[in-house]
Write a protein that binds this ligand. Structure first.
Ligand SMILES: C[S@@+](CC[C@H](N)C(=O)[O-])C[C@H]1O[C@@H](n2cnc3c(N)ncnc32)[C@H](O)[C@@H]1O
Length: 309
């Protein structure tokens, strides 16, 4: 074998090795599944642009702000506290990002999930999840990664998961709905209604849906300012203050496209009353609604699919 070929083979093997998770969690990184319908719609210019905006946001914002953002931590803590006894053994995370919801749930120390389905339009965030879970209590449990924009039927069977979550996630960005051949069947709020019905379809009777979302016309600056206030009063450090201002201001800038989406009817930042109405219409019963969170810019809703038996 030539030296060059040997080298290449060695490099490939070590690259593969770095993908192999050594604590028996997953022998290989799970394949990322991409539904056929997504392949049909993802090059539609409006959808492509939408996805690209989120890729950019995902590349910059979570790493910049999440570690120091008290409003984000509080929101995640509230959502996970509500959901910890409700997630059951299988959970689909819509717009899962880097798996923040599961990460926070695991930090609570009791996580019943054995099958986690992560759905996101950004494959890079999906690919980061197994490594993130590597040294956690999730060891040995199943992860399924689904690369798609939630704009058509989810690739899961009826009544198949115990719970669904959308933690600042995909539910509120269902602004188009397509049939399985990629034909557009609804836009705007009508698309959201079909999306909610589809989430209802896959949840088992008696199962739960947990949502956190911005309220209408969110003020991203208020979230940054609250993060800053928390650092000044609770863990004063000049470095952290500087980071909160610098990174927070960048994050505000990166997040501005979301206000544009809201204006175009592509982001459903709903009031609690509107969430109630849409969820009831889709067949859910509301169990909890909290709107004094995320620096006054967010809402958490816990809903249940009724069990007719
Ligand atoms: C604000 S981040 C939230 C990430 C994470 N769930 C959290 O709690 O921090 C929104 C995520 O939803 C994804 N997303 C937005 N719209 C989506 C859609 N229609 N379908 C699938 N993923 C979507 C984005 O790529 C991004 O990863």
């Amino acid at each position: 074998m030539s030296r060059r070929k040997k080298n290449t083979e060695y490099k490939t093997q070590s690259a593969l090795k770095s993908l192999v998770i050594d604590n028996n969690f997953l022998e290989i990184v799970p394949p990322i599944y991409e539904p056929e319908t997504y392949k049909l719609i993802r090059d539609v210019p409006e959808i492509k642009q939408f996805c690209e905006n989120f890729w950019q946001w995902n590349e910059h914002v979570p790493w910049l702000v999440y570690p120091d953002s008290q409003p984000h931590k509080e929101l995640m803590n509230k959502l996970t506290h509500f959901m910890r006894k409700r997630v059951g053994k299988s959970c689909i995370d819509l717009g899962c990002g880097n798996g923040e919801f599961l990460e926070f749930l695991l930090q609570l120390g009791e996580c019943t999930i054995e099958q986690y389905f992560g759905v996101d339009l950004d494959w890079q965030t999906l690919a980061a999840i197994p490594r993130k879970l590597k040294n956690t209590a999730y060891c040995g449990k199943k992860v399924y990664l689904i690369h798609m924009a939630a704009m058509f039927k989810l690739p899961l069977r009826d009544n198949s998961v115990c719970s669904a979550v959308s933690s600042l996630g995909a539910l509120m960005y269902i602004w188009k709905w397509h049939d399985q051949n990629g034909k557009l069947v609804a836009s705007g709020r009508d698309a959201l209604k079909l999306g909610l019905k589809d989430v209802h379809r896959i949840i088992k009777p008696g199962g739960y849906l947990g949502i956190s979302a911005p309220l209408p016309h969110p003020n991203w600056r208020a979230i940054r300012n609250e993060a800053l206030r928390h650092i000044i009063f609770h863990k004063f450090s000049l470095k952290k203050i500087w980071k909160a201002i610098y990174h927070g201001t960048k994050a505000v800038k990166y997040s501005e496209f979301m206000n544009g989406l809201e204006g175009e009817g592509k982001a459903h930042y709903l009031s609690p009353e509107e969430w109630k109405e849409y969820l009831k219409e889709a067949g859910f019963k509301i169990e909890e609604i909290v709107d004094d969170c995320y620096a006054g810019q967010g809402v958490i809703i816990i809903a249940r699919k009724e069990d007719p038996s």
